[in-house]
Design a protein around this ligand. Structure first.
Ligand SMILES: [Ca+2]
Ligand SMILES: [Ca+2]
Ligand SMILES: [Ca+2]
Length: 492
């Protein structure tokens, strides 16, 4: 009985190998993934892996970009800009465009920087509007088809902006950015209900040794009794920018605040929850080498550091997104110039201890910037960002879907390439210190811009088009492994 099973699985494997030989040669061969074999005697399913990968650019002949994406029922919704207007693009799991819209307001350039989805599939987009003199913070909500439900502009006579947003458990929105009403940037957080009414809005500041701290909020997570918010803040005397993480109650009142002091500037910060009830924080830092590095801190629920590492390729490295993955590790996305030819999309897979499992760049001959990453339902990863290397002209949105090892097979004629990087992990030794962060309600004007919604038919160009159905390879006999391994080798 047992040996019969074994034989039949041998045969299945040989059939696969023969199909590979007799069909379309190299192209098909490249879709075979060799499972990780922990025990060659095992007859269990060794690994169930995603083999689907694809890459597409989306845009017009004008400047277009993708900033932020959120999973939907059958794909992703992405915000950014088309031709200088806030955009919303719905794609399916294979990257096909379901629909795309842009929103034209007040003769002004607008940017969508952050997107969230409610439990009923409606979208909220946060960003900014340039009114001709300065920036104003912008937030809008649409139906699941991208039709506008409401739009709000929050403005002072200085720059104001939303960098991030988060749909809250009550289908409201937490908006994160800065307001300039004091003549400098104050960390600004707004809680709205699902209809766009302000529940609270607070500007957070501190005065340490006579030094006002200014800054911006970027990212937040909801916890059972409030919010944990990641910001950058700088002191008036040194001007050095540091990461600040603070916890508020459901009304935005500060319960604790910690600053993670380095000797140089950090640029942008992101936060995600961990399965242990703590947080993973990523920031781009100048403090740990002569080049910008990706800095990742794992925090406990009180903001104490569990581990902290800087990841440095030796060149300029930006981290724009970090999320915990289903295996308890983390995926990091951003961009680096480590592989030359301008910045390229950069993705690192970390295990739960922060060790690098793999690290790769994706891009063409020009600048490619990744701003967001998600783990996909088939165990792969999907990177969002924008590109000057491909597309319809100027800059376009670019989406790269990889398999579970970050692998993608680019079309030869697309000029896109995948390369490994050689970033090293360095332990850093920052000690957080608690400080008093106070809040006030700023005076900010809320208005309702007129919106014209345009349907967009973005030009979609394909750099990789593999959608070969997933294969579960079971009980791989030694001979078949050798064949597949040989085939794999011949592809490189
Ligand atoms: Ca374009
Ligand atoms: Ca303003
Ligand atoms: Ca670096």
């Amino acid at each position: 009985m047992h040996s019969q099973r074994k034989i039949s699985k041998n045969m299945v494997m040989l059939v696969i190998a023969m199909i590979v030989f007799s069909a379309d040669g190299v192209l098909l061969i490249s879709h075979i993934n060799v499972p990780q074999i922990q025990n060659s005697q095992s007859h269990e399913i060794i690994e169930h892996r995603s083999t689907s990968y694809w890459a597409k650019s989306y845009g017009t002949s004008d400047y277009d970009d993708f900033y932020s994406a959120v999973p939907t029922n059958n794909g992703y919704a992405i915000t950014g800009t088309y031709s200088g207007n806030v955009s919303l693009t719905a794609i399916d799991d294979d990257g096909g465009v379901s629909w795309a819209k842009s929103y034209y307001m007040e003769n002004s350039p607008t940017i969508g920087r952050s997107i969230g989805v409610t439990s009923s599939g409606q979208y909220t987009i946060a960003g900014s509007l340039y009114n001709g003199n300065d920036q104003d913070a912008l937030v809008m909500m649409t139906t699941s088809n991208g039709n506008v439900k409401w739009v709000k502009k929050l403005s002072t006579s200085y720059d104001d902006m939303f960098y991030g947003s988060m749909v809250t458990g009550d289908d409201g929105n937490l908006l994160l950015g800065f307001e300039g009403g004091n003549g400098y940037d104050s960390v600004y957080v707004v809680k709205m209900d699902t209809s766009g009414n302000i529940i609270f809005d607070k500007a957070y500041s501190s005065n340490i040794d006579g030094n006002d701290m200014s800054g911006e909020a970027y990212s937040a997570v909801e916890v059972s009794d409030g919010y944990v918010i990641a910001a950058l803040m700088r002191k008036g005397d040194t001007g050095i920018t540091n990461v600040v993480v603070f916890k508020t109650d459901p009304n935005g009142l500060v319960q604790w605040a910690k600053e993670y002091n380095t000797t140089k500037d950090e640029h942008n910060v992101v936060i995600d929850k961990t399965s242990e009830g703590g947080f993973i924080v990523g920031a781009t830092s100048e403090a740990f080498s002569a080049t910008y590095d990706a800095w990742v801190m794992k925090l406990d629920s009180s903001g104490n550091i569990v581990w902290q590492y800087a990841y440095n390729t030796g060149d300029t490295d930006f981290i724009k997104s970090v999320r915990q993955t289903s295996d308890g590790g983390y995926v990091v996305a951003g961009y680096t110039d480590a592989n030359g030819g301008g910045y390229r999309f950069w993705m690192m897979k970390l295990n739960s201890d922060g060790d690098i499992v793999w690290q790769k760049t994706y891009g063409g001959s020009n600048f490619d910037y990744s701003t967001d990453v998600h783990e996909t339902s088939d165990g792969g990863y999907i990177l969002f960002g924008d590109t000057y290397s491909f597309g319809a002209g100027e800059r376009d949105g670019w989406v790269v879907k990889t398999d579970s090892n970050g692998y993608i097979d680019f079309n030869v004629d697309s000029n896109a390439t995948i390369k490994d990087t050689s970033a090293t992990k360095k332990a850093t030794s920052v000690s957080p210190w608690s400080f008093d962060l106070s809040s006030e309600s700023p005076s900010i004007t809320v208005s309702t811009p007129q919106v014209t919604t345009n349907s967009i038919d973005p030009d979609v160009k394909t750099q990789s088009d593999s959608t070969i159905p997933e294969m579960s390879i079971v009980a791989v006999p030694i001979a078949a492994v050798a064949i597949v391994a040989l085939l794999r080798r011949s592809e490189h």
